[in-house]
Design a protein around this ligand. Structure first.
Ligand code: GLN
Length: 208
């Protein structure tokens, strides 16, 4: 499977390395046309407002069509881009995830931090190593950098990980988002969960 990583800005290279480590073929996506060559996409962290500017109207529309068709995983700024509703300040979203997300939502002091949350592997598509105990979530290191907070989760959105009371990894259909940076931790489970989702999508398409 070929996974694109949107490489307009931000920490795309850490995603590339992680995906390659997990055996995926990676394309760094710099032009909208490259979206036609990939099975799935990761939108990395960075500045969501800057992404919007760099995409431009045509790029945004092309991306909007893509996320309707193919698995997409957004981390941090990428999660903001995928949301239906963005606040602080209000911003356009791709609407692939029925969530309301608040940019830079943690106070100055915990602006950036490494925290431990819970990952619910059993709620992911595929087995992803889920075994019994996973029902209560297993500990997962989470690197937050000027992170957004998911303040409202709508219908059909599944919560795959939490930190405190906050949902921090969510999935709706073939779209996944994390408010932190899983590519900066050694634990590969979040990326594996996404690759399982991509695999399932390809199998479904093949069967259909
Ligand atoms: N604060 C950034 C934004 O609002 C996101 C930060 C990040 O991606 N690490 O877009």
């Amino acid at each position: 499977m070929t996974i694109g990583v949107l490489a307009l800005q931000g920490d795309f290279d850490a995603h590339r390395r992680r995906l390659e480590e997990l055996g995926a073929q990676v394309v760094l996506v710099r032009k909208p046309d490259q979206l036609d060559q990939i099975d799935a996409l990761i939108i990395p962290g960075g500045e969501s407002g800057t992404f919007l500017k760099l995409l431009g109207e045509a790029g945004f529309e092309k991306l909007k069509q893509f996320v309707k068709m193919k698995p997409t995983f957004g981390t941090c700024a990428g999660a903001i881009l995928l949301a239906a509703e963005v606040e602080n300040p209000k911003q356009t979203g791709l609407g692939a995830l029925n969530i309301r997300i608040r940019r830079n939502a943690y106070g100055r002091q915990i602006d950036s931090s490494i925290r431990e949350g819970k990952f619910f592997a059993d709620r992911c598509v595929g087995d992803n190593g889920a075994q019994g105990a996973e029902q209560h979530g297993s500990p997962l290191e989470m690197v937050f950098i000027r992170a957004p907070r998911i303040v409202d989760v709508g219908k059909n959105v599944e919560i795959l990980a939490t930190e405190g009371n906050d949902p921090v990894v969510v999935r709706q259909g073939k779209t996944m988002a994390a408010t932190f940076h899983p590519e900066l931790s050694e634990d590969t489970r979040v990326h594996r969960a996404f690759l399982d989702l991509v695999h399932n999508d390809l199998v479904e398409k093949g069967a259909g």
